[in-house]
Design a protein around this ligand. Structure first.
Ligand code: OAD
Length: 241
């Protein structure tokens, strides 16, 4: 059987499906990836701005960067890969979408059971009272303050050097330990977590498929590698009806 047909059949026969996505799925919507040239702002790398230290030193600079990213993301729409995952969820008995993306495009497409393990650029968190709220202002005021306690707001994003929410990790790991199929779409695997998620699913017997335009450090761990753009490949894996 041809490779895509084989994978499509594994997917349509699976009662539980997990999907892990990274910046590559949003690249096809025009959102810059972290490690590409277009992800640079005023020559800063993401690693220099997306940190608690950078925010402590100069919260205005960090907010200006997030404002620039919000301005870009606000103009972007979900692509065929995001839409295909919505369809997949509709037909699966059990489905979880774990995303490292903070752009909110999966939600905008209509996916329901999403765990945004790195947070969401359209949410803020108060550094004083911890309140988490949606905020879609573009531009956002620099510096934004909490409506409840007037504390300084920060982006509700997991920065370098910060830990993921333990509840998100537990929910993801529980799903990865029980899924029959895991799709890994557009993630570089440079961040350790992707590798541990894949190993967890593999160790529990899942059939793991990687979709990426290039080989990654995780390619050797998976059952199948599909080389190509997410927006071309993912729709081919979902049954047409
Ligand atoms: P990266 O920017 O590290 O990697 C993007 C991956 O997508 C690469 O492997 C590319 O080959 C692949 N890619 C690019 N275009 C693609 C396309 N059209 N179709 C399929 N694949 C494509 O992004 P992530 O792996 O998401 O963390 O990075 C993980 C985390 O590191 C991010 O969430 C971010 C970053 O630092 C935080 O912001 C906390």
């Amino acid at each position: 059987m041809e490779k895509t047909a084989r994978i499509r059949s594994r997917i349509s026969n699976a009662s539980s499906i997990a999907v892990l996505t990274g910046a590559g799925i949003s690249a096809d919507s025009g959102v810059p990836t972290f490690r590409g040239q277009d992800g640079l702002w005023r020559n800063f790398k993401a690693e220099e701005l997306a940190t608690p230290d950078a925010f402590r030193r100069d919260p205005g600079l960090v907010w200006e960067w997030y404002n620039w990213r919000r301005e870009i993301i606000a103009t972007k729409n979900p692509n065929a890969a995001h839409h295909a995952l919505v369809k997949l969820e509709r037909h699966a008995q059990s489905f979880i979408l774990i995303t490292q993306n903070v752009d909110g495009l999966h939600g905008k497409a209509g996916s329901k059971n999403i765990t945004e393990i790195h947070g969401n650029i359209w949410k803020t968190r108060c550094t004083a009272c911890g309140d988490i709220s949606h905020n879609f202002d573009v531009p956002i005021s620099i510096l934004p303050h909490c409506k409840k306690c007037n504390g300084l707001l920060r982006p509700h994003i997991v920065w370098f050097g910060e830990s993921l929410d333990p509840a998100d990790i537990k929910q993801s790991m529980d799903a990865l330990h029980t899924c029959e199929v895991l799709l890994v779409i557009g993630t570089s695997g440079i961040v350790q977590l992707a590798a541990s998620f894949i190993s967890a699913a593999k160790g529990a017997g899942a059939y793991v498929v990687e979709i990426n335009i290039e080989e990654t450090p995780n390619s050797y761990l998976v059952d199948e590698v599909l080389a190509g753009r997410a927006s071309d490949v993912v729709p081919l894996l979902v049954n047409r009806d």
